[in-house]
Unconditional design. Structure first.
Length: 268
């Protein structure tokens, strides 16, 4: 689905069904250097179980026109404008990593327009390793290797995932290689500069879920727990064997957590 936001074309996958603003909306927001394909399984499930789905490509990513936006609050504002363009008065927002920061800021800014918030691999701050930040600017291939090394747990690298024969390492490298020059660095610079996470978390007024990977070294469970403690009434789910790339490493567990939180009647 193509949506005109700020005079530029933005792309959002709709889970294989047309977007219907009369249905409960769910917006999925990817992380740094990623795109809408991160959300294929949950996007399809929710689209075929009564929801209107927007799995977005952020500006400059995937099929969305650029440039990449420079700050997390700018990206959160973009999400609000995208929702307005499709007539979405209210939505649940789901975000992973940088997308979690964007979702958090959007929930704080949009208030009652966000009825539920789910944050995966998220934290109240997203400092970036100096070597990774420099590589993202100067040696993108090296940055892809570093991200893939750190973001995927050791077990998943060996093939212990739900899809036999799938190489999560090669998939990660292929997704990162699709980035346009400068986009990955812009994402990590936005993460590094983000300072308002704690304040935003305290302002969230909707039911919230924080999903953590027990083996995540990029946003460790301790950081996810700190985030949950800042959000009034937030609940947590830990997927013990997963690293940072939860949707790829533990797709069924992530989907189950989202169904129980966003569509509890369907989980009975």
């Amino acid at each position: 689905m193509q949506i005109l936001v700020d005079g530029r074309r933005a792309y959002a996958a709709t889970g294989g069904r047309g977007f219907d603003a009369a249905r409960p909306a769910v917006v999925f927001i990817h992380g740094a250097g990623q795109d809408h394909t991160n959300w294929q399984l949950p996007a399809r499930w929710f689209a075929w179980h009564g929801h209107a789905v927007l799995a977005v490509d952020l500006p400059g990513h995937g099929r969305s026109e650029g440039p990449a936006l420079a700050t997390v609050p700018e990206l959160a504002g973009w999400i609000g404008r995208l929702l307005a363009q499709v007539g979405g008065e209210r939505a649940a927002i789901v975000g992973h990593s940088l997308g979690g920061a964007i979702a958090l800021e959007a929930a704080a800014a949009l208030g009652p327009r966000v009825d539920r918030l789910a944050l995966l691999g998220a934290a109240p701050a997203l400092p970036v390793n100096d070597e990774l930040l420099t590589a993202a600017r100067d040696e993108e291939g090296k940055a892809h290797q570093l991200i893939t090394s750190w973001a995927i747990s050791a077990d998943a690298k060996l093939g212990s995932n739900a899809v036999p024969g799938l190489s999560l390492t090669n998939t990660s490298l292929a997704v990162l290689a699709r980035n346009r020059p400068g986009v990955l660095y812009a994402d990590f610079a936005a993460c590094q500069a983000w300072r308002s996470g704690r304040e935003a978390a305290r302002r969230v007024a909707c039911p919230s879920l924080v999903v953590m990977g027990g083996k995540d070294v990029m946003t460790p469970p301790s950081a996810g727990q700190k985030l949950a403690e800042l959000i009034p009434g937030a609940v947590t789910v830990t997927i013990p064997h997963s690293g940072h790339m939860l949707m790829a490493e533990a797709p069924d567990q992530v989907l189950d957590a989202l169904i129980h939180f966003l569509a509890p009647a369907a989980a009975q």
